[in-house]
Design a binder for this molecule. Structure first.
Ligand code: SF4
Ligand code: SF4
Length: 154
């Protein structure tokens, strides 16, 4: 009995001086591995135009078909992207997404990219449908001019 007690206390004592393996999230966060990929963003060119040309290749390559794209025609008066078309509707169902990155690989303009923001917990299912308003980066955001596979911006 005494032996087991001493053995148990010795384990407790040993762990008293070890560095804790837990952190106080969300006040503290861990540095993620360089290649960690979570939340998607739609990027722009340096001139502010959207990179997305509504070609649908990301949706075609998505293994779980959680991307929905509806293309619209650019006009001289109303131009959103450099091509003939732009994504009038762009939606990702984040509940279905498996974060494989195939959409990023398929995109010919580097428009859709996955970044390191993993905070994707919401209390409503409808909140998991990310539309363009949520995905498209604002003009001047530092992630816009960077290349698809640079790891510069979270
Ligand atoms: S990361 Fe994979 S599953 Fe998620 S939207 Fe892109 S292709 Fe689809
Ligand atoms: S994100 Fe890329 S692949 Fe998807 S529709 Fe836009 S340009 Fe095409």
């Amino acid at each position: 009995m005494i032996t087991e007690l001493i053995e148990g206390l010795s384990i407790t004592f040993k762990h008293l001086f070890r560095r804790p393996v837990t952190i106080c999230y969300p006040e503290q966060t861990r540095k993620l591995p360089e290649r960690a990929r979570w939340r998607h963003v739609l990027r722009r060119w340096e001139n502010g135009l959207e990179r997305c040309i509504g070609c649908d290749l990301c949706a075609a390559n998505c293994p779980v078909q959680c991307i929905y794209v509806e293309a619209g025609e650019n006009t001289d008066e109303e131009r959103y992207s450099e091509g003939e078309r732009y994504a009038e509707v762009y939606e990702i169902n984040m509940l279905h997404c498996i974060y494989c990155g195939y959409c990023e690989e398929a995109c010919p303009t580097g428009a859709i990219v996955l970044r390191q923001d993993f905070r994707l917990a919401y209390d409503k299912r409808s909140r998991y449908i990310f539309g363009k308003d949520e995905l498209l980066l604002p003009i001047g955001h530092p992630a816009n001019p960077s290349l698809p596979h640079e790891f510069d911006v979270p």
